[in-house]
Design a protein around this ligand. Structure first.
Ligand code: ADP
Ligand code: MG
Length: 456
């Protein structure tokens, strides 16, 4: 009997449904799917790394047995997060040519995966628009409706877990919904780099170029990854030009605005600014509530308003953090067989979250940590004696923000950094004049300030 991976997995899930509690099934197993077979193993995906690790850990044994029962013999099962799939930037399999896997005897074709390598869950429908991402979302919609007409490239930037990747996939999904023949590819900058390295090693650079330059729409995620990688930047520069000249759409994301990427060549930076640059900020309280409600709706979770409110007040940093809190809460509930309510949320999320009361409590340590993170240095380095330029600026900024936000006495601030108060005065002045003269510095300092003070 020849079963597709998809069919194998449906049967496995049918059987699993009666073997685990309903809550566990809905929370953990329902969201998984088998995407295909590679090298004789069945590849099973879940919506996130955390999710799939949990599935493997708790249900791996059961699922492998069920797979063996369905297929008729034991075979390898690999679990992975949906985002990393397929790890190649483009499907390498010829989807139109079904083959039989020698080990499995099941079809290796992946019939339900027509849309290049986009995550189908990342759509505009599932994306909540708030004041924090309004411009970015509107620009993405415009690009999805009329690729390469309005903003090319579209450059989105913002911190981790704020929805850049989601929006970018939404553009691709929308374009394919309208016309499945448009060639849309999503590639992370890391994949682009790896693919280039491999192409060079194997003398396949011409092929590499053709693949990328043939796209109608190229979505390039996390471009900051290319910082300092000159050869890859060179290659990307030519890809960019080829696509742009041919009036094909590029959408690019980064954790910072183009101007703020010192390791990226000037000619690329200036191209990034040719179209529209839009930022995404952390969501405010109302938007966090709306995101949680939408998540509950789509994932069919029963979460009362007071629980949603509790999570929205407790998790302020990013959407990923919000989602992580929901997963953790559900896991806790299914393991302890307790109903989901605020009391359970408080226990389950302890340690993961700042308690709501203290959201506003800003401490010097939090400021140091936030500045260190923004500049990519360790918090310890800020208080060390080292005087390299990499450390001087963030150290001065941290002193400035501690003075500005907490009004701490100069001597106390000095102590925090193992410096005397005259150094603090000098640092604060230095930052103040820097803020006037240097837009890039101003932007970064304001970014950190908004992260620290957005407590709503
Ligand atoms: P980034 O690429 O900026 O790090 P992602 O796009 O991976 O962030 O988003 C992290 C998670 O949060 C994803 O699961 C995504 O679906 C969800 N998410 C982010 N922003 C929103 C939003 N505005 N509405 C709904 N879900 C969102
Ligand atoms: Mg991302």
């Amino acid at each position: 009997m020849e079963l597709t991976a998809h069919e194998v997995w449906s049967r496995v899930l049918e059987r699993a449904e009666s073997a685990v509690t309903e809550q566990s099934f809905r929370t953990w197993l329902e969201g998984t799917g088998a995407v295909g077979v590679s090298d004789g193993e069945l590849v099973v995906e879940g919506p996130s790394q955390f999710h799939i690790e949990w599935v493997e850990d708790k249900f791996g044994g059961l699922l492998r047995e069920l797979v063996a029962a369905v297929v008729g013999r034991p075979i390898r099962v690999t679990f992975r997060a949906a985002q990393s799939a397929p790890s190649l930037s483009f499907p390498e399999l010829d989807l139109n040519a079904p083959q039989s896997d020698p080990v499995l005897g099941v079809s290796t074709a992946i019939p339900d995966r027509r849309r290049s390598n986009l995550n189908e869950r990342y759509t505009f429908d599932r994306y909540v628009v708030g004041g924090n991402n309004e411009l970015a979302a509107a620009a993405c919609r415009a690009v999805a409706e009329q690729p390469a007409r309005m903003y090319n490239p579209l450059f989105l930037y913002g911190g981790v877990g704020l929805g850049k990747t989601h929006l970018m996939h939404a553009v691709g999904n929308r374009i394919l919904d309208r016309d499945p023949h448009v060639r849309v590819a999503y590639v992370s900058s890391e994949q682009f780099t790896n693919a280039l390295v491999t192409a060079i090693q194997e003398g396949q650079t011409a092929d590499f170029r053709r693949r990328y330059r043939n796209m109608d729409v190229l979505l390039v995620d996390d471009i900051h990854f290319l910082e300092g990688k000159e050869r890859t930047q060179e290659e990307f520069f030519h890809t960019f030009n080829a696509l742009h000249d041919a009036q094909h759409q590029l959408v690019i994301t980064s954790d910072r605005p183009p101007k703020d990427m010192p390791g990226i060549e000037e000619r690329l930076v200036s191209r990034f600014e040719w179209g529209l640059v839009a930022d995404i900020k952390p969501p405010d309280y109302e938007t966090r509530m709306a995101i949680l409600r939408k998540k509950a709706e789509y994932d069919r979770l029963t979460l009362d308003d007071d629980v949603i409110d509790f999570i929205a007040r407790s998790c302020t940093a990013s959407v990923r953090e919000l989602e992580g809190a929901v997963i953790k809460l559900l896991a806790y509930s299914s393991l302890t067989h307790r109903d989901v309510d605020v009391a359970l949320a408080r226990t389950a999320l302890q340690g993961m979250l700042r308690p709501p009361e203290s959201t506003h409590r800003l401490t010097p340590k939090r400021i140091q940590n936030a500045v260190a993170r923004e500049w990519g240095v360790s918090p310890e380095a800020l208080t060390s004696k080292r005087r390299t330029r990499e450390l001087t600026v963030p150290r001065q900024v941290a002193m400035y923000l501690i003075r500005d936000l907490l009004d701490e006495p100069l001597v106390r601030v000095g102590n925090l950094f193992n410096r005397d108060h005259s150094t603090v005065i000098h640092s604060v002045r230095k930052v103040e004049s820097g803020l006037e003269a240097d837009a890039r510095l101003r932007h970064r300092v304001e970014h950190v300030r908004s992260l620290l003070t957005d407590g709503s």
